[in-house]
Design a protein. Structure first.
Length: 123
C-alpha cells in the first residue's frame, strides 16, 4: 500500500512541477521516461535547451527537505539517462543544449503547496 501511495504522490508532484514550469514558459516534451540506466521525471524545453527535470515532493519537512534527496550519484544517473534519451531521439548530444534541473516541492498535510523551488543547471 505504501508503494502505491508513493507512486500517486510522485505523479502528483510531477504534475505540480509541470504546471509550475509551464507558467515559466517551459514546453512539455515527455514524462516518466525509463530505460535500463534510470528514469527521468519530466523532459521539457526552455527556449532552445532540452531540460531534464528531477522532481522531489515531501509532505511537511519533518522527514527532511526534498533537496536532501538529490545527491551527486543521482545527478550522474540522470545525466546518463538524459544522454541516452537524446541519442534515442536522434539528437546530437554535442550540439543540442542539455540541462538538468530539479523542482522541489513541500506540501502541507492538507495537500496545499507550502513552497516550490526550481534549481537550474545542476549538472
Amino acid at each position: 500500500m505504501a508503494k502505491k501511495f508513493n507512486f500517486i504522490k510522485g505523479r502528483d508532484g510531477e504534475n505540480e512541477a509541470k504546471i509550475f514550469l509551464e507558467k515559466l514558459g517551459f514546453k512539455f516534451v515527455e514524462a516518466n521516461y525509463k530505460n535500463k540506466i534510470g528514469e527521468i521525471d519530466l523532459i521539457m524545453t526552455d527556449g532552445d535547451t532540452l531540460v531534464f527535470v528531477e522532481v522531489k515532493l515531501k509532505t511537511g519537512v519533518n522527514s527532511g527537505n526534498p533537496e536532501d534527496m538529490i545527491d551527486t550519484r543521482k545527478l550522474y544517473q540522470i545525466k546518463r539517462t538524459a544522454e541516452s534519451w537524446a541519442v534515442e531521439n536522434g539528437l546530437n548530444i554535442y550540439k543540442q543544449k542539455l540541462r538538468i534541473d530539479a523542482v522541489c516541492i513541500v506540501k502541507k498535510t492538507d495537500n496545499t503547496i507550502e513552497r516550490i523551488n526550481h534549481y537550474k543547471n545542476l549538472y
